[in-house]
Design a binder for this molecule. Structure first.
Ligand code: NAP
Length: 345
């Protein structure tokens, strides 16, 4: 039987990409229902040859739904995911709320799809910056055993959702019209600027975004000992996050070997020929499913170290696509049964 699908947060950047992907990938579904807040009731969104109306999410909305993809922020996931699961609906959550909960697998299908076998109703999608990092590092980790990761991100404004895109558009227009740019979403102007601050600061002076990368990497690799340190920077780019990554491994992998390993890796495209000016940029990754890697070179300051440059579409592989790949895995492997529907209530 084909599943009934719901998208919670259907009017947002990630929700709209999910709708596009269900259509593009010809996902076998019986029905698709769209939910958002009360302010979006009645908004129409095209799907195949239909137009679907957005409804307000309520306690009853997901009663007859088999799979719900949540992209409406942590508070909505916290409140409605347990209710959904209690009526037999499997939740795939894009917010950070359930990611570190031991009952919820944190899944990148190319890397740890096996953790879906024992899911209990809520499945978490990792942070966008974590997904693209781990898709590329997992195949190297399997062979070289990574001991330490140093990552600096260059994250696009679409990572903040539609409001981030609106902010940079408005500021750019204001600057070109010689007006004072209004700063509303970020703590500083983002147009023609970089801001080393994503999400809020914690007591250890890292941001939440930086600690998400650290903690989620340990959970996905099932390796609490792996060392990870991150610096996350918002840059004036519309779509696509980039990452400068340094890894230190137990076993040596040369850049040539790394290129060979990664060119066989699922979900990865090696785009690396510096002599021809070939390295991935966010523009190359926009609208693409693959995670791109280039600038692969030896870190000659340590033994067994490599530097890499990793780029992916944050709204797509960083959120919507990863969630839909999880849904496809659940359907293809008959994994839609929930043993204890009241677990999260
Ligand atoms: P967005 O463009 O701001 O969209 C937010 C969506 O959530 C809208 O559909 C909004 O509906 C809905 N929503 C907000 N409050 C709601 C409420 N109280 N009840 C019901 N619906 C509500 O944000 P986004 O970028 O798509 O992000 C959505 C989620 O995905 C967030 O949890 C985010 O952390 C996560 N995520 C985003 C990215 C990314 O690259 N953008 C990557 C990974 C994860 P209205 O239009 O009705 O307000």
């Amino acid at each position: 039987k084909k599943p009934v699908i719901a998208i919670v947060g259907a009017t947002g950047a990630v929700g709209r990409e999910c709708i596009k992907l269900f259509e593009e990938r010809n996902f076998p579904l019986n029905d698709i229902k769209l939910f958002a807040s009360s302010q979006s009731v009645g908004i129409k969104i095209p799907f195949n040859s239909d137009e679907l109306s957005v409804q307000e999410i309520t306690d009853q909305s997901l009663q007859d739904v088999d799979i719900a993809i949540f992209s409406a922020g942590s508070e909505v996931s916290k409140k409605y995911a347990p209710i959904a699961v209690s009526s037999g609906c499997v939740v795939i959550d894009n917010s950070s709320h359930w990611r570190m909960d031991d009952r919820c697998p944190l899944v990148i299908p190319e890397v740890n799809a096996h953790t879906l076998d024992n899911h209990r109703g809520i499945i978490a999608n990792p942070n966008c910056s974590t997904i693209q990092l781990i898709v590329v590092l997992a195949p190297l980790h399997n062979i070289g055993k990574i001991k330490r990761i140093i990552v600096s991100t260059y994250q696009s404004v679409s990572g903040t959702g539609q409001k981030g895109i609106n902010e940079i558009e408005k500021q750019t227009l204001q600057i070109f019209n010689l007006q004072q740019p209004e700063v509303t979403i970020y703590p500083h102007r983002i147009a023609f600027n970089c801001i080393p601050h994503i999400d809020s600061f914690l007591d250890n002076d890292y941001t939440k975004e930086e600690m998400k990368i650290t903690n989620e990497t340990k959970k996905i690799f099932d390796d609490p000992a792996i060392k990870v340190t991150a610096t996350c920077v918002r840059v004036p780019v519309f779509y696509g996050h980039s990452e400068s990554v340094n890894i230190e491994m137990e076993n040596k992998i040369t850049p040539q070997q790394a290129r060979a390993i990664l060119s066989q890796a699922p979900g990865v495209c090696v785009y690396d020929n510096p002599k021809e000016n070939m390295y991935p940029t966010p523009l190359d990754a926009t609208g693409e499913d693959l995670t791109f890697v280039g600038r692969i070179r030896e870190d000659h300051s340590i033994d067994n170290g490599l530097n890499l440059w990793i780029v992916a579409d944050n709204v797509r592989k960083g959120a919507a696509l990863n969630a839909i790949q999880i849904a496809e895995h659940l359907v293809n492997n008959d994994l839609l049964t929930i043993d204890n529907p009241n677990l999260f209530l």
